[in-house]
Structure formats: C-alpha cells, structure tokens
Design a protein around this ligand. Structure first.
Ligand code: UP5
Ligand code: MG
Length: 197
C-alpha cells in the first residue's frame, strides 16, 4: 500500500552561515513545521547522563569532527518518529558527509520525501567574524579560532561535496547569506511558500 511520505527540507551552509538563525525565524512564522537541528540533538545527547555515547559525542564536537552517522541518524529518526504522520520536517546541519547520506538512505529515505536542500552561501571571512563574535557568549566548546579552523576544513572537505550532489540532483536552493537576517529570511520564506509550506 502507498503510505504518506513525510516532507523534509535540509539546511546546509558553513559554520556561522546562519542556519540556526534562519530556521528559527521561519518556524516562528510557521508553527506547522517541525524543526530539528542535528547539532542541537547531538549537544543535548552529549549532556544526557544516561547516554552511553555522550563522551564520544563531546570529544568529536570539541575537536570539530563529525559524529558517526549511526548516532546522528538514530537521533533524527527518534525525533521524526515522534511526530504525527503528515508532519513537515526542517532539518538544520545535516547531512554533513557521504556517510550521513548513506545511513539516512538506509534508515529514513523510505518514509521521507526530501523536497530540497536550502544552502546558505556565505563568504568564509564573514562566517569567521560571526562565530568569533558569538563565541564570546555562546558557551559552545567549538566556538574558538582553533576548532573553528577544523570545522571549516571538514566543511570544505566533506560537506561541500554533499551540497554539490544536491545541486547535481536539481535539489539545491541557494540563498546569499551575507545580507541582513530579515532580507535573507524574506527569500528563504519564498522558497518554502514555493513548496506549499
Ligand atoms: N548571524 C546569523 N545570520 C546573520 C546575518 N544575516 N547577519 C549578521 N549576523 C548573522 O549564526 C551564527 C552567528 O551569526 C550568530 O551569532 C547569529 O546571530 C549571526 P547561526 O544562525 O548560529 O549560524 P549556523 O549556521 O547555525 O552556525 P553553527 O555554528 O551552528 O554552524 P555549525 O554548522 O558549525 O554547527 P552545528 O551545530 O550544525 O554543528 C556543530 C558540530 O556538531 C559539528 O562541528 C560536528 O562536530 C557536529 N555535528 C555532526 O557531527 N553531525 C551533524 O549532522 C551535525 C553536527
Ligand atoms: Mg547552528
């Protein structure tokens, strides 16, 4: 029998490109969208004393390295499965590498229809400035110059190829993110209206 697929939009962009900011602005206007940030799910899991993988997650995040795909995709699957059928899912900061794509395909592709990947395109100098500024108060273990360099390196090496895959599949929607937040949001909002969200 033909089951109703869950609609998914991924959001990618370098560290500090504004993924979290744009997602928050969008869901504030659209309560029907379920929002999950892969990074936030991992940071929450890391703090959960009952989690067996907290130490590993913490170690990798604090080095600017990616967490094994099975961990991230299991967290996403639990979050997605907890929502009613027909829900629309906005997923920030995933998939980061080819392994993420492979495990997503194994565990979730059958129940999800990926509408597109929103790509926030931002010059590296702007992203660095934003993150170092945020680092003064964010409390994030990875918001310092040393780890940030690692995050950018891994973004270029592993995530940019994933962005290119979405583009090759005609599933990429690119927005220039080096503009005021409200200007970026206006364009982002239009893309979601375009799929009826
Ligand atoms: N800001 C935002 N937009 C602005 C604008 N238009 N003009 C001026 N300022 C703007 O924004 C960053 C800062 O810039 C904020 O101060 C904001 O006010 C300002 P934000 O919206 O937070 O940017 P975002 O792209 O979300 O940056 P973030 O640092 O969260 O990006 P990352 O991709 O590095 O972080 P994430 O949480 O996704 O991942 C962290 C780590 O988790 C990874 O390094 C990895 O170790 C792990 N991870 C995985 O292993 N797997 C995953 O699938 C996901 C994460
Ligand atoms: Mg973020």
């Amino acid at each position: 029998s033909k089951k109703t697929l869950k609609e998914v939009v991924f959001v990618l962009g370098g560290p500090g490109s504004g993924k979290g900011t744009q997602c928050e602005l969008l869901i504030a206007q659209n309560p029907n969208i379920r929002f999950f940030s892969a990074g936030d799910l991992l940071r929450a899991e890391r703090k959960d004393p009952s989690s067996k993988q907290g130490a590993l997650i913490n170690d990798l995040i604090s080095k600017g390295e990616f967490v094994p795909a099975s961990i991230t995709v299991t967290l996403l699957k639990n979050a997605i499965d907890s929502c009613p059928p027909g829900s629309k899912f906005l997923i920030d900061g995933f998939p980061r590498n080819l392994d993420n794509v492979r495990v997503w395909d194994e565990m979730l592709a059958g129940e999800c229809d990926v509408k597109f990947c929103l790509f926030l395109d931002c010059p590296e100098a702007v992203m660095i400035e934003r993150i170092l500024e945020r680092g003064k108060s964010s409390g994030r273990v990875d918001d310092n110059r040393e780890v940030l360099l690692k995050r950018f390196k891994n973004y270029e090496k592993d995530t940019v190829p994933i962005v290119k895959r979405f583009e090759a599949d005609s599933k990429l929607k690119k927005v220039e993110a080096d503009r005021p937040m409200d200007v970026v949001q206006k364009e982002v909002k239009g893309l979601f209206e375009g799929i009826g969200w």
